[in-house]
Design a protein around this ligand. Structure first.
Ligand code: SAH
Length: 350
């Protein structure tokens, strides 16, 4: 995969699969097993200066024709409450993105970014404010995991694509990343341990349903009708709730994977008992109730003027009483403001 962003085109080697790195080695006049050795190094975050079992001549050749897009830790905040780590990573061109490392009983989870910035324009979100700079390459998504593993010294077993950016707005790179991260020859993180969160790009959901990838799809719903949803999520004007939920139901029918809906509770906007009743009716009508609702108390972003909800438990209990499976997201790293978008903005403004 060549990167078109730089004037001297170099191979973005960390976006390559095992087979592609082997072919690259052969095309550079080496035996295939050299490619296997190189693949093993790069997926550990090691570049040519430390590839001790590779001849110097081949390392020089790799330096000439390839670039190694491993993100660098630019800033790191560690929560005193629960050990959650928030990273600001710098990319090859100076763009910055964020990832969050969280420890759960079922294993370490990394929340990764899929774009530098976002153009979806959700009103409550910190990533929206500066818009999108560019898409991330597969290497830069994979690299966040490799860099966080190296920094913490701990294996990451679960990945959530819930950081900065809209993964389905960077579709091909996201799908390539999903193949890379789950490869047995690479990080070998099972697809069932990966969640992808989308604001609801129906064309992307339709395509994803046919990829045969058993990931968990999370949909950011955040509203019980079109009026409210369009007022906080501009994408709803293009793909209104009914179209979105039909696509979600088809996704479930095709993949057998239950959809998880995210619902951010915003005071006075979408958080009353009546709103919960409407949401339950909506999900029953379109999804037949076979879903999970993940309630997220709004993480306040000063510029938006939106306030967090005090009605979280009532909302949850109302959904459950109507037969909809619902939980409230545990807040990890609240002392370091672990939700995404804020560090990137600070660094851009500096
Ligand atoms: N673009 C994708 C993934 C990134 S956001 C998406 O829209 O799903 C991950 C989740 O965090 C989404 O559900 C998003 O709506 C939510 N979110 C964004 N800003 C938030 C905030 N300030 N408080 C609570 N949740 C927020």
């Amino acid at each position: 995969m060549m990167d078109n962003n730089t004037s001297v085109q170099k191979y973005d080697i960390l976006s390559y699969s095992y087979d592609e790195v082997e072919s690259l080695a052969v095309s550079l006049g080496e035996k295939a097993y050299r490619g296997a050795q190189v693949y093993s190094w790069i997926t550990k975050g090691v570049w040519t200066d430390k590839m001790s079992n590779i001849p110097l001549s081949f390392r020089k050749k790799l330096d000439e024709v390839c670039e190694f897009r491993l993100p660098k830790v630019k800033k790191k905040l560690v929560s005193k409450n629960d050990g959650t780590v928030k990273y600001l990573f710098e990319l090859i061109d100076g763009e910055c993105i964020e990832s969050v490392f969280m420890r759960y009983e079922h294993g370490n989870t990394l929340c990764i970014s899929s774009q530098a910035g976002c153009r979806m324009g959700c009103k409550f979100c910190a990533s929206t404010i500066l818009g999108k700079s560019r898409d991330l390459m597969p290497s830069e998504m994979l690299g966040q995991i490799i860099a966080a593993q190296n920094d913490t010294g701990e294996r990451i077993s679960n990945v959530v694509m819930m950081g900065i950016g809209e993964p389905l707005d960077n579709y091909d790179n996201t799908v390539k990343f999903l193949h890379l991260v789950s490869s047995e020859k690479g990080l070998n993180i099972g697809l069932r341990h990966i969640s992808l969160s989308s604001c609801g790009l129906v064309n992307g959901i339709d395509k994803l349903a046919n990829e045969g990838l058993p990931i968990t799809l999370s949909i950011s719903l955040h509203a019980y009708d079109n009026e409210v949803r369009s007022s906080i999520m501009p994408i709803n004007k293009k793909y209104p709730i009914e179209k979105l939920l039909v696509a979600c139901d088809e996704y479930f029918q095709k993949t057998g994977r239950r959809i998880s809906f995210e619902y951010t509770l915003i005071s006075g906007k979408n958080d009353s008992r009546e709103n919960a009743v409407s949401l339950a009716a909506l999900l029953k009508k379109y999804i037949h109730g076979t879903c999970h609702v993940n309630l997220i108390p709004l993480n306040e972003v000063k510029e938006t003027g939106l306030k967090t909800s005090q009605n979280v438990n009532v909302f949850k209990e109302t959904l459950i009483s109507k037969g909809i499976n619902a939980t409230v997201r545990r807040r990890l790293g609240s002392d370091i403001n672990a939700s995404c978008g804020q560090l990137r903005r600070q660094s851009k403004e500096e």
